[in-house]
Write a protein that binds this ligand. Sequence first.
Ligand SMILES: Cc1cc2nc3c(=O)[nH]c(=O)nc-3n(C[C@H](O)[C@H](O)[C@H](O)COP(=O)(O)OP(=O)(O)OC[C@H]3O[C@@H](n4cnc5c(N)ncnc54)[C@H](O)[C@@H]3O)c2cc1C
Length: 374
Amino acid sequence: MQKQKILVVGAGFAGAVIARELADNGNYEIDIIDSRNHIAGNCYDPYDTGKKLRIHQYGPHIFHTNDQSIVDYLSRFTKWIPYQHKVEALVDGIGYVPLPINITTINRLYNKNFTQEQQMREFLDKVKTKHKKVDNARTASENIFGQELVELFFARYTKKMWDLDLEQLPASIVARLPIRYDNSTGYFNDKFQAMPQQGYIQLFENLLNHPDIHISLNTHFDKAMETQYNHVFNSMAIDEFYDYEFGKLPYRSIKYQHENQEKIGQKVPTVNFTDISAITRFTDWRLYPGCGTDKSDILLTYEQPCSYEDNNNERYYPVKTVDNVPQKIYKQYETLSLKNKKMTFIGRCGQYRYLDMHQVIANSRMLSKQYFCS
Ligand SMILES: Cc1cc2nc3c(=O)[nH]c(=O)nc-3n(C[C@H](O)[C@H](O)[C@H](O)COP(=O)(O)OP(=O)(O)OC[C@H]3O[C@@H](n4cnc5c(N)ncnc54)[C@H](O)[C@@H]3O)c2cc1C
């Protein structure tokens, strides 16, 4: 039987997992293209032998999930280094404090000596607001943390990150904000948290290593390609594919600035800035397991959010607002795309959703199963 010809656009997790699932099925011949000169999408993490550092070129990626089936799936392609991510915030006049907010954060900011969860809960009960109408990220977060903590940790950061005020963002984003009522400092709640032992590039090399998968880099999708394949799985930006017919979908992007340092005081790999400067955070690569060691150079990467048009069309974060304008534009593209039975949009930019790696992988596995049954 002749194998079906499949085109996958994008060699990030969305495309690479679909390609592998189809290849393992045995009935497909897959061409995977990427406009960049490398595989691994935004997880690309080349090792710099001079600096003795692995640097995630598109920002730090920490793998975390509660879904054991995704861990089992990826463990075919990589070994892991267990790692609990830690973040601190730099507060003017106080120094580094733990983030998510925990008992130490409150003690340092308010000069308290709390030791018990109950004391922290009582304190927050006093400072938090009691907005009855919770219809945006400002009211939702103030009802958890109170106005002062929200201003310090979230309002300025949000303005820099999204160029939007908390009032313009949906309340649902607050669900992503963790809080600790003890002294624990882990950033994520998920059961499995780790870094790939030899980095993401090697994970992707193994994932794509199959005789029925053919990779072409430096290759931009062209509509003429569609006719040569039985089906296309496409992780390009859906609005770009439709020539912006219903308008441009907004995305935030990030510019990275690298700086060598002789010495640095903080003990965690990520520091968030709470001030009004344009920088949101820095990464100290030495402190990520699998990225550096105490023999590595100290290289800090500072992040400055911007619109994607100001950063070479690098689309990182889909923007969702409380007025639903971007969401409505996306719906129009999605409706149009569902009429084309020969193409499936995948991944963050194809589906215009912020997805962590484990969610993209689960989604791509589900879509390939659906395709087998279609
Ligand atoms: C700064 C940042 C930090 C993150 N940190 C984490 C984290 O810690 N943990 C976590 O779980 N997730 C994290 N994520 C999310 C993670 O990056 C995504 O879940 C994942 O990369 C999505 O995979 P994707 O394949 O959809 O997109 P991508 O990885 O972006 O891959 C898409 C690929 O398609 C290619 N492409 C696009 N258009 C075309 C075209 N027209 N022709 C050819 N090729 C094209 C692109 O070049 C790209 O390589 C982070 C994301 C960002 C932006």
